[in-house]
Design a protein around this ligand. Structure first.
Ligand code: NDP
Ligand code: MG
Length: 395
């Protein structure tokens, strides 16, 4: 049997590395054909040595030059740009795991070049689903969302229609600040926000999880991916993160998907179409009944997580999600660089949506790719402008 050709976009990240660890256990059937990263020089060199991919795309120019000058193996081609990859190259599986809107165009491109796409990059779904979905349909690409909540909804609702479904719960762990006194939120430092109680993830998604922005992004992701009425979704706090979605059907049955907190579970189930022995890949606690005994649910406290109040109106309609996503990317980055306080994320998001130019950029219903970037750019610049006016003492 021919080896399956694998591409991993964002291979130096948390999802990328987990995917590589799964693939490397089955060298007989898989060949790592292409990897992509941005700036993590050490990890890129490490991956080249370990996996000998035929192609490596390094988007940061300086890192690209540095790596290229050092690679003696002529069989490994190093590129600086996704667009330089020949379109005739085909892959069996692509794992799309770049963080942020930077993943949009690569994900669109690889949806044309790949038979199956495992999609982690939620920002490309939020901003460009209307483009991506058409390409997936046209090329008959198989798409599996691997964000654990969407992986679960996808499994649970297979063969059901909107008319069969009463409610869909998206679970949120509540992150590291679920029990922290609210009055001390102003003092939260990036290091504390990275420390997610259940998951080990990249910095951006860890911060998004700590204030529940991740759930707002996931709500939009679910609206885009599935054809269920948006009013059926509800966010519920579930501190153990063992249940990833719950679907209440009109027929009196309810289903949930349980798995332990390791992204290798949805990733490997997506790779192997659910026919995989997970014990050969990770160590699970194998303690289903005991774990079930510990499971708790609670409603979202809007005072603790004011960002959930953005799950309505202008934030979610038209190009609101593109603005929300872009502005949030800038805010998270500014918080990481200590240019704004933790509460500044929510405060600034609200200000961007109140700006007098907002309506100019929030009108298009189905923007093309250039228009997406125009809207995204406006939101980034506006956010930076508001930050510089309101958080001077942090500069
Ligand atoms: P990480 O920050 O750990 O990794 C991000 C990857 O993207 C790295 O390989 C990084 O390269 C690359 N990258 C960053 N910026 C650019 C850029 N401008 N151009 C090209 N590549 C870039 O992120 P995660 O793995 O945590 O998350 C990846 C995606 O998956 C996100 O969209 C996230 O929301 C989603 N997701 C993640 C989950 C998780 O458990 N981590 C769970 C569910 C969804 P380099 O390191 O070399 O700079
Ligand atoms: Mg998720």
């Amino acid at each position: 049997m021919k080896k399956k050709k694998i591409a991993i976009l964002g291979s130096t990240g948390s999802i990328g590395k987990s995917s590589l660890e799964i693939i490397k256990l089955n060298k007989k059937n898989f060949k790592i054909k292409l990897l992509s990263a941005n700036s993590n020089y050490k990890e890129i060199c490490n991956q080249i040595k370990l996996f000998k991919p035929s192609l490596y795309i390094i988007t940061n120019y300086l890192v690209y030059i540095k790596v290229k000058s050092q690679i003696k193996n002529k069989k490994i081609k190093i590129y600086n740009n996704f667009k330089d990859i020949p379109s005739k190259l085909k892959f069996d599986i692509t794992i799309a795991a770049i963080v942020g809107i930077a993943g949009l165009e690569p994900t669109i491109q690889f949806s044309k070049q790949s038979k199956k796409i495992l999609l982690a990059n939620k920002e490309s779904i939020i901003c460009g689903w209307h483009i991506l979905s058409k390409i997936i349909k046209k090329n008959k690409t198989e798409l599996i969302p691997i964000d654990s909540e969407h992986f679960s909804i996808n499994q649970l609702t297979h063969n059901y229609a909107d008319a069969d479904i009463k409610k869909i719960y998206l679970t949120a762990s509540g992150g590291p600040f679920l029990r922290r006194p609210i009055r001390s939120f102003k003092k939260i430092k990036p290091n504390a926000a990275y420390k997610h109680p259940n998951w080990n993830m990249g910095k951006k998604i860890s911060i998004d999880s700590s204030n529940l922005m991740n759930k707002i992004l996931e709500l939009i992701e679910a609206y885009r991916l599935f054809s269920f009425n948006p009013i059926k979704y509800e966010i519920i706090i579930h501190p153990q993160s063992l249940i990833h979605a719950i679907v209440i059907f009109k027929n009196g049955q309810s289903k949930f998907l349980y798995h332990e907190t390791d992204m290798k579970i949805p990733i490997s189930n997506a790779i192997y179409n659910n026919r995989v022995n997970i014990d050969k890949i990770i160590k699970t606690s194998n303690n289903f009944i005991n774990n079930l005994r510990k499971i708790k649910f609670e409603n979202v406290d809007k005072k603790r997580f004011p960002i959930v109040t953005l799950a309505k109106g202008k934030y979610l309609s038209k190009s609101g999600p593109i603005i929300l996503n872009a502005s949030n990317e800038i805010l998270v980055d500014s918080f990481i660089k200590k240019k704004i306080p933790y509460n500044g994320i929510f405060e600034t998001l609200k200000r961007v949506f109140k700006d007098r130019d907002f309506n100019k950029y929030a009108v298009k219903k189905v923007p093309n790719i250039d228009e997406i970037y125009k809207i995204d750019n406006w939101a980034r610049n506006k956010t930076l402008e508001i930050i510089s006016k309101n958080y001077e003492k942090y500069w």
